[in-house]
Design a protein around this ligand. Structure first.
Ligand SMILES: *[C@@H]1O[C@H](CO)[C@@H](O)[C@H](O)[C@H]1NC(C)=O
Length: 397
């Protein structure tokens, strides 16, 4: 404790001033209630302008600021929480629910509903986002070609030092939460919920970002619970429950011929229930300089999951611009450790790697997956690696 040995600081008067200034800094944290800018908690008055005004004030202030959203339902069109800000300590504290327009034509082509861009030091705490996506889902599910793509509910782009805690996202039109081009993002206690047949409603999507952590979250949705796109590194996911949904997916990678890789990803203590996939890596079957390496999947429980462990390097929806080609994405050093539970199909472990760039350094350690209470099966193509400990299905590595 070198600091305490400094005589200046141990002096009682010095201490008094340190404590005094610490308290006065706290007392000066500014509070902007959206109600004072005209927001109405009645679920129908458009509160978009009120939220933007509260944001502008907080963003322009150099003192730490809280934007407060009390209980009630606040109807909001698109809100852009635009930076850069003078402020590097903004807390958006939500006790109520933010409600998107239920008519999908309003935001259907807007890409985003709530977006933070170029901000530094923003925390979103509590609250519920209700994307009201059901109308768009039924348009898409009815096979109409005229449906808009939809809006993502909450996005952080090109931002640093972000925290999201205790937030619930319901029924987004498109992805629920997107982290794009960010550094140091901590998510904790997030809940995502949408129907199992809702199209493109990924729970949390991360891309081009480094130092993202997702802890203690529960995701049930119609697409990937977590999807991990190109340019993601140093990602940590722990204690996440998924289902319904398409599992936790690295990819799709290799859509572009030149794209950033994915590396240093840890996914531990996860539970999958009735999802179509568990732990998946997927790449387009066509040329690319992309890669996925140093991936650890540890302590996962599968409950009736269709494809508990899967690498698919022949992804080619619509069979356009890929048939007959091999994926250029290089997959290496992927560890599966302590993965057990039940598969809903006979093949519980499937490694379908690129013929041109086989997967290397795949490790299976203590994996036990059953199908109808019998050992399940494994299938490998173009896959190199080792198995150790008890591995059932018998490894095909
Ligand atoms: C890997 O990512 C973790 C965070 O998930 C980080 O603490 C660690 O330093 C990273 N390792 C390397 C080699 O960058």
């Amino acid at each position: 404790m070198a600091v305490l040995q400094l005589p200046m600081i141990t002096h009682p008067i010095t201490l008094f001033f340190i404590i005094f200034f610490a308290f006065s800094a706290l007392a000066k944290a500014e509070r902007y209630s959206v109600l004072s800018y005209g927001a109405k908690p009645d679920g129908k008055t458009d509160s978009t302008k009120a939220f933007s005004a509260a944001w502008s004030r907080a963003c322009a202030s150099t003192k730490q600021a809280t934007i407060y959203v009390p209980q009630g339902r606040f109807y909001l069109g698109q809100v852009r929480f635009q930076g850069p800000c003078k402020n590097h300590a903004i807390l958006l504290r939500i006790d109520g629910t933010l409600v998107a327009p239920s008519d999908y034509r309003v935001l259907g082509n807007a890409k985003n509903w709530l977006i933070f861009e170029h901000v530094n030091g923003v925390t979103v705490s509590g609250g519920t986002l209700d994307g009201q996506g059901a109308g768009l889902w039924s348009c898409k599910n009815s096979g109409k070609s005229s449906c808009p793509r939809g809006a993502k509910s909450l996005e952080f782009s090109y931002s640093n030092n972000i925290a999201i805690s205790g937030l619930t996202s319901l029924n987004s039109q498109l992805f629920h939460i997107v982290i794009n081009g960010c550094q140091n993002v901590k998510m904790q206690g997030v809940k995502v919920s949408a129907a199992g047949n809702s199209p493109n409603t990924d729970g949390i999507h991360v891309q081009s970002s480094t130092g993202v952590t997702i802890l203690s979250s529960r995701i049930g949705t119609g697409d990937d619970c977590v999807s991990i796109g190109p340019g993601t590194s140093n990602l940590w996911i722990e204690k996440v429950a998924c289902g319904p949904g398409h599992g936790i997916s690295i990819g799709s990678l290799g859509k572009e011929s030149r794209e950033a890789g994915v590396q240093n990803v840890t996914i531990k203590t996860t539970t999958f229930t009735g999802s179509t996939n568990g732990l998946r890596i997927k790449s387009w079957g066509r040329p690319s300089n992309g890669f996925a390496r140093h991936i650890l999947f540890q302590h996962a429980v599968m409950n009736n999951v269709r494809n508990p462990i899967v690498i698919d390097q022949n992804y080619c929806p619509g069979k356009k611009n890929c048939p007959g080609q091999d994926s250029g994405v290089k997959i290496s050093d992927v560890i599966y450790q302590d993965i057990h539970g039940s598969s809903a199909t006979e093949v519980a472990v499937k490694f379908d790697c690129s013929k041109k760039y086989p997967c290397t350094g795949i490790k299976l350690q203590d994996v036990k997956l059953t199908y109808k209470n019998q050992p399940a099966k494994a299938s490998c193509s173009n896959t190199g690696g080792v198995a150790s400990g008890l591995v059932q299905p018998t490894s095909c590595l």
